[in-house]
Design a protein around this ligand. Structure first.
Ligand code: GDP
Ligand code: MG
Length: 160
């Protein structure tokens, strides 16, 4: 499937739960989607079990190293709203000399909450609110060093 990203890119999805990140990633990246939810589920049978986040992050980093070293396009499908998490991803992309591109999901909180409510696995509402509030702007992402930033909003549905 054609993707709008240069081969070998590290594609970092950024946005609150319910923003449509996993839907977008599955649509645009038939392979190379690294998702902390999946790794937590493998470790504990429970995707939301935050006690497994360090384990999940270790698995993610192992796979990131394996893929980036080979020049394979890789998408990080988690919220990535924390600056230090993005800094770690940017450092890995730099180390392997791969372009780091950000896909910023800028949906209103009400839409994230509605989509979260409508799906099978729901994140607690207060967590959605908190993470939504922490979502950076495109300007912040540019200042952090992302080579390019693509913004997804309601006008450009993530399904497309
Ligand atoms: P994530 O938490 O950011 O990974 O969000 P998901 O990709 O899991 O999407 C959350 C919910 O919104 C799911 O039920 C999706 O089917 C739905 N969804 C995702 N993208 C779209 C979209 O573009 N339009 C609409 N209406 N629903 C969407
Ligand atoms: Mg998801």
């Amino acid at each position: 499937m054609e993707t709008p990203y240069a081969p070998g890119s590290l594609v970092v999805l950024i946005g609150s739960p319910g923003a449509g990140k996993s839907t977008y990633a599955r649509r645009h990246f038939p392979t190379g989607r690294l998702c902390l939810d999946d790794f937590r589920e493998m470790a504990t049978d429970e995707a939301a079990d935050q006690s497994a986040t360090p384990t999940a992050a270790q698995i993610q980093n192992l796979l990131l190293d394996a893929r980036l070293a080979r020049g394979l396009t890789t998408v990080v499908d988690s919220t990535n709203v924390l600056p230090h998490v993005r800094a770690g991803l940017l450092a890995r992309a730099r180390y392997y000399q791969r372009p780091a591109v950000a896909v910023l999901f800028e949906l209103p909180l009400a839409d994230c909450l509605a989509r979260n409510n409508a799906r099978a696995r729901q994140v607690p509402q207060n967590v959605v609110r908190e993470l939504h509030q922490m979502t950076p702007t495109a300007e912040q992402l540019a200042a952090e060093g992302f080579a390019s930033i693509r913004t997804i909003g309601l006008c450009e549905p993530a399904r497309r």
